[in-house]
Design a protein around this ligand. Structure first.
Ligand SMILES: *Cc1c(COP(=O)(O)O)cnc(C)c1O
Length: 327
């Protein structure tokens, strides 16, 4: 018989809602916003929690609740050396008294990134695997004969852990993000042309869109979106079956600046400097920087009528600044 230990800390659904409702909005102005005649309000989800930044706070909530409910002693997930997801998972697992494991792509480097150092410090076990094994574990269609033994060894070793997909991209993740969308609707009155957010796996976009009645635009940070839209569609449909076919979300590509977590172009770097100087708001290099860059490009093209009010969700991730030349 296994003894299920009581979690040291667990936040309730009510508390999640209360935390989401307490997130402030900040009106920001920049020269390009003034020229386009737009008003921009930033939802400061980077402030939602001191360790679990931004959208990860929501995406991990039901995943961790589920892990606790089945009595899993630890959680496992996947990511790279600068992963906001792994960073948040390590912090959250420590807080609620669960063990945590990270499967990381590539060899263990001589010097760990600050992200992984934090994670290890919080008790996360770091397991480095080759790119091939990583692909085998994270992609459902991968099935390489030569890797089967290695794969099954890991599956056995960590069979007591609750496995969360890379980026927290599952229905539980989207269900958490839905609370963010719900809170936004409670907080905002009047017309807004769009709610804008950065989009990696699109899990948060699907959840936020399902939670709000407003129009949501996801700015993809990926170079090739592949079937991102189909994944979002599927999650959105699961969260709100009655609304399927009347989608309030769209995906915009083309503002990835060369691809996911690639070094920035000079133009984007200058934008980053100017934006932070003008607004006093810090951005992360991978997601929110590209979100505001995309908003500025669309604003300059006259995408929204003058006088429009926009909302942008600051999904956090500021810990990732340590890996880049930040302003
Ligand atoms: C993880 C992350 C995202 C992407 O969220 P998805 O649900 O995968 O689309 C956006 N912004 C920040 C700051 C993130 O860390």
């Amino acid at each position: 018989m296994t003894l299920i230990s009581k979690p040291a800390y667990c936040i309730s659904d009510d508390e999640l809602r209360a935390r989401a409702l307490a997130v402030p909005f900040e009106a920001v102005t920049t020269a390009w916003l003034r020229r386009a005649g737009l008003k921009l309000y930033v939802r400061r989800d980077d402030l939602v929690d001191s360790h679990l930044s931004g959208n990860k706070f929501y995406k991990l909530f039901y995943n961790l609740q589920f892990a606790q409910s089945i009595g899993a002693p630890r959680v496992l997930s996947f990511g790279g050396a600068w992963s906001n997801h792994l960073h948040a998972l390590a912090a959250a697992a420590k807080k609620i008294g669960l063990g945590s494991i990270a499967i990381i792509r590539g060899e263990r480097p001589a010097i760990l990134s600050p992200t992984l150092l934090d994670a290890e410090h919080w008790g996360m076990q770091l397991v480095f695997v080759s790119r091939q094994v990583y692909r085998e574990l994270t992609q459902s269609n991968a099935q390489q004969e030569s890797l089967v033994a290695q794969k099954s060894q890991l599956l056995t070793e960590f069979s007591d852990a609750y496995w969360i997909p890379e980026g927290g991209a599952n229905q539980a993740g989207a269900a958490g993000a839905k609370i963010l969308g719900w809170a936004l609707d409670q907080q905002l009155q009047g017309d807004y042309a769009a709610v804008c957010m950065a989009c990696g796996t699109g899990t948060s976009l699907a959840g936020v869109a399902a939670g709000t009645r407003r129009d949501v635009i996801g700015f993809s940070v990926l170079k090739g979106d592949g079937n991102l839209g189909m994944g979002i569609q599927a999650l959105f449909g699961q969260l709100d079956p009655c609304r399927a076919g009347r989608d309030n979300w769209r995906l915009i590509s083309g503002f990835h600046d060369g691809g996911y977590a690639k070094p920035h172009s000079d133009a984007l770097y200058r934008f980053w400097q100017d934006f932070e100087k003008e607004t006093g708001l810090l951005l992360d290099p991978v997601y929110t920087l590209k979100l505001f860059w995309g908003i500025s490009r669309l604003a300059q093209q006259g995408y929204w009528p003058k006088g429009s009010r926009l909302v942008a969700i600051h999904t956090g991730g500021l810990q990732g600044r340590r890996g880049f030349r930040a302003p």
